[in-house]
Design a protein around this ligand. Sequence first.
Ligand code: GCW
Length: 681
Amino acid sequence: MSETEVHHAWLPPVAWQPIGSRRTVVIGTGALVDTVRNEVAQACARYGGKVRTARAGAGEFDLVLRTDPEAGDGGGYELSRASGTTTVRAATPAGLLYGLFHVVRLGAAAFGADFPARTESPAAQRRMLDHWDNVAVHPVMGQVERGYAGGSLFWRDGVLRDDLSRVHAYARLLAACGINAVTVNNVNVHAAEARLLTDRLADVAALATVLRPYGIRVHLSVSFAAPTLVGGLPTADPADEGVRRWWREAAGRVYAAIPDFGGFVVKADSEGQPGPFGYGRSHADGANLLAAALEPFGGVVHWRAFVYNHHQDWRDRSTDRARAAYDHFVPLDGQFHANVVLQVKYGPIDFQPREPLSPVIAAMPATSLAVELQVTQEYTGQQRHVCYLATQWSELLRFPLAGRSVAELAGGGLVAVSNVGDDPFWTGHPLAQANLYAFGRLAWDPGADPGALLDEWISLTFGPDDPDLRRTLHLMMDGSWRTYERYTAPLGVGFMVRPGDHYGPAVDGYEYSRWGTYHFADRDGVGVDRTRASGTGFTGQYPAPWSDVYESVWSCPDELLLFFHHVPYGHVLHSGSTVIQHIYDTHFAGAEQAEELVARWRSVPVGGRVTAELHARVSERLGEQVRSAREWRDQINAYFWRKSGVPDEHGRPLDATAPRAAAFPVGVEDPAFDVDGRATE
Ligand code: GCW
């Protein structure tokens, strides 16, 4: 693969061989049926098979793909194999497309032994990726905010890219894992991006044209202040009739250009973005203003619940950022229009490797909620560390909050921040592709086993025929989220990251800042008291039994202990270890496990789909992971040893005066990226 070529990800041409070498009939009409037909035709052109558009004699086809109103709806399909014919029936053309990709995933097995009909339908109707892509390069955040894979697929230096062939390839990949909605710009809407709603609408329409054939609807992040920023009005007050009219007209123009436009995404009154508070209005007033404008066209507003005071005084122990979303939004339950979807980050703080679930998810039965995950690895290694996140997401989505799983409570769908860019491997770290793939598959089926999804991704991407390679990749990736958790912030405390870029350790980096993310470590103990009894009362936002489970230090799960409690270093965990010994042990173990990844990868020879470029890229990233994991281990261990004065039970050095070991040879001594100076202040 040369630098200008793009990695095939989970759709290599050879994945189409089983279909492309057979006889297929595609029955149905509509643009997405045409996509199905074109995909099969391309595969046949490569592998010698045939595709027809009308049924000839029975038994003449190996694969029948047909729309059929009797197949049931729900956006899915029915798949069966009988008498040597595999059949996909779907009520909608979109369902047929997903059925086709299911056959691709099965590969040769789709054409083996007969199997009875099974119906697949998505759990979430909207399975959405938000791109934090800026149109104009932002002086601090760059082209893609929290992007670790190069530039934007959509925008370059202030304009839409001329060549959208990469977007076409992206659309195929997304459809193949079940994604059906994409937001094309950052939720932080700056001057250039605000104009996408008005005089730069043609750019959004051009993207919609490329994404549409793969069943993907385009959404747009808009500024709540758009009426003043780009509309020339004196106010953006939701109660102002001129403002209401302006939004209605703006929405009308959008739908004239993009009839299947999905809707708006809004970050309001959050981290400096304008919102209804500026006019003394509530978030229901704000969201409903936009909802009313979109409603005649069937559009939705994704209104983010990420609202908190980012000018907190660290001396003020009564304010708790974890409480903020609930305090702001739960009193508004029932006040939102039907086409408002409240988009809630999975945890109460901010995409940490370990957080409890946001209690908002269980507390707004009269509001449509979407849960937001972060595929881009802002806090989980920034695509320099292997961190397979589906393990975490699966745990979160299955979690029984208020008697129903989080996936069930997320009736408004699942959303995630995308991790792709114009990097030849899409995601910087080639193994980070698995996160994007698995997000789509879990949004479709939250009950899917993350280990099985990993194997599915490995087989599609690297081929089904090399058991050693498959085993090695599985071993490297399956437990990698827990490994990352081990060598970073302990026991759910979170945010011990370098301010600004959020990469690497800085234990006190946020301790005396305005961002509301503290750990309160002192000589006696560590953690945040969020109990009702003596702390911020955050535990009271949970339904039973969690409000009591988290309230008591004796029932709180170990992995969240420091999120909910401030405890002495000698506190004994359920595991039997003390808090301080747990910190030491996990940091030694985590860094060691990072080193093991390197040994495993070294055993993988270059060849086949492991190209020299891919091998080198993974090696380079692993080198940085090992360096960084050691840095985490040493800073965290030294910090807590210095605070507590408690030695390691096993006598390991906690505050070495000399380098512990030579840097790993394949590593980069100095990280290739100079990420300093990206403070968000
Ligand atoms: O995690 C934080 C990020 C910000 C981001 C914000 C958000 C887009 O550090 O970069 O802004 O979350 O979710 O809005």
